[in-house]
Design a protein around this ligand. Structure first.
Ligand code: HEC
Length: 138
């Protein structure tokens, strides 16, 4: 459970207007925000598995649904503060942005029916998962 404490949402950014259900919460409710980010990360693992399987089956609908989910968390991921590596949050946000960009490419290629290239794009996205965890995950 120590992973649970690894994310602290930067209050200012979190308040910058994301429709994430935090509206009306007070800034000091960090526990709720950390729990939320933790929950999102475990959904990432599920989503990753579903996308990998769907790309194999050429199931564009599932790829669209799951990539939409990942893209919907982009702003929250960027505004998250990891427990580790806090001295380089710029890089964290860059990796989050690159991850989102690779996921967008995956979605577009799968939608166009190019599953071979979509798999390559998703492999690149998963490289961002690994790169970010290497530097920022406890
Ligand atoms: C920009 C950084 C970043 C990216 C990209 C990223 N993660 Fe994470 N992930 C983290 C951090 C930081 C933690 C540890 C903090 C935490 O657990 O709340 C984490 C934790 C996790 C965990 C552990 C569960 C948990 O809540 O601690 C899983 C599983 C996970 N990530 C899966 C993924 C998968 C799969 C991808 C890609 C599809 C991904 N992550 C992409 C930063 C990232």
């Amino acid at each position: 459970m120590k992973k649970l404490v690894a994310f602290a949402v930067i209050a200012g950014l979190a308040c910058a207007g994301q429709a994430l259900g935090h509206e009306g919460e007070h800034h000091h409710h960090h526990d709720g925000k950390m729990a939320k980010t933790h929950e999102i990360m475990s959904h990432y693992a599920t989503s990753q598995a579903k996308i990998t399987a769907a790309l194999e089956k050429r199931d564009a609908a599932t790829v669209a649904k799951e990539t939409n989910y990942l893209l919907s968390t982009g702003k929250e991921l960027k505004s998250a503060q990891p427990h580790k590596g806090q001295n380089d949050l710029k890089k964290f946000r860059e990796l989050a942005g690159q991850f989102q960009s690779d996921v967008k490419t995956t979605a577009a290629l799968a939608a166009s029916g190019d599953f071979k290239k979509a798999k390559e794009a998703f492999a690149a996205a998963q490289g961002r998962c690994t790169a970010c965890h290497a530097q920022y995950r406890d």
